[in-house]
Ligand binder design. Sequence first.
Ligand code: GLN
Length: 531
Amino acid sequence: MNENHSNQLVRLTAAQLAAKLAAREVTAVEVVQAHLDRIAAVDGGDRGVHAFLHVNTEEALAVAAEVDAIRAAGGAAADELHELAGVPIAVKDLIVTVGQPTTAGSKILEGWYSPYDATVVEKLRAAKMPILGKTNLDEFAMGSSTEHSAFGPTRNPWDPDRIPGGSGGGSAAAVAAFEAPLALGTDTGGSIRQPGAVTGTVGVKPTYGGVSRYGAIAMASSLDQIGPVSRTVLDSALLHQVIGGHDPRDSTSLPDPLADLVAAARLGNVDGMKIGIIKELHGEGYQAGVEHRFNESLELLKQAGAEIVEVSCPNFKYALGAYYLIMPSEASSNLAKFDGVRYGLRVLPEEPPMTIERVMGATRAAGFGDEVKRRVILGTYALSAGYYDAYYGSAQKVRTLIQRDFDAAFAKADVLISPTAPTTAFKLGEKLDDPLAMYLNDVATIPANMAGVPGLSLPGGLADEDGLPVGIQLLAPAREDARLYRVGAVLESLLEEKWGGPLLDKAPELPAPELPAPSLAETVTSHGGSH
Ligand code: GLN
């Protein structure tokens, strides 16, 4: 396959790849190889994207070869292939996979292999979607920049000196850099949507319980949700349709059958729909260019036939504060299992006695990074006797108020809209020493997790002042994920018209990684050798 053909393949969407595979215009092995080549070309080196922590070359090619063999043989087996069979995908390294390491971005799990697959991974395997590898993240999904990964940050494909968002910066960057057409993320407070916003990709947090959490390493169980990452709204719907639905192994899984999300994305229509601007989630504190693009999206939706109304959610201003009590509280108990006995790393104290407490202490001191320690301490404190009512108890009450705000807002509007994040991608290092400034990135995404409602972020254009992508967030009532795809598809096509094509076409070409210069001996062999 020539380089040009390979470059063209990686630029296709999942839907386009699926169509080409079905028409047998291209083989799954070619598609997977093109993405592996792209990863090799842009992911490594000092200033490479570094979206991947592990590349699953052999298995991905083997699954692709299997799909090709089935298609070539024809008959019933070929007819039964899933429409995304052979379309590759990257998986956030918080989701467990047999045969590949799972690190959660932490030293404490380095070298650990899960004995079982997450339900979503089983579903990818059943659909015969080759898994390209595992993507980088903030340690245990705690962060908004992927700088808290124990394995070094991911770089934003729009500008290597900027953050790709977090915690799922690896999945978003992989898709934005054309290393994968699709990826899986997890969203506890915005970790799918905010990376989507700052990389110019689409990210969806499904309704809580809509996608099984079985096999997603738990951060805050009442907020966590797995969801799709892609370059188009339709592609997210296609992936959501694969991973969604009831799972008896997840006690919070919804029993309802999954709606036809793909049909909603293909329908794309806002006629007569009411779209509510959340008064508290734009304006002051939002970058001028973000606000500008946001207002433009409202104008486009109005022209397409939607009625724009304003809604007020007065309790959203407490969402961030309440989140930073609930999330660390749940995380502190979820992370108690990393004790130096059951998983991964074990560090022995320098001196005896070698008691279990001391081994645990030494392992956690060495294995957890600063942000994880900060949150475990915060959560343990908030849950401690005497403080429980003042902190955790109050935060749970705020959560109820946020749910009521959503109920009132959805009584007035079918879908709500806001910017996804207050700013475009900031510089690597800029907020690393200021946890509160980092936390503020999630002001607009956290309310959805607190209430369990679904949210979608899509690229709304580039900010005037810095030329970086701006995210637009749509929110729908619980179980109404289909509305997000229906409205999202309309807004996406209007924006593409306005910007003259997909936004990612405007991203700068990625530099090839700076590999060490070949030595004279190697130069001689490769030019004059016998092979
Ligand atoms: N950035 C948020 C946090 O640090 C959200 C993380 C997430 O969604 N996993 O908690």
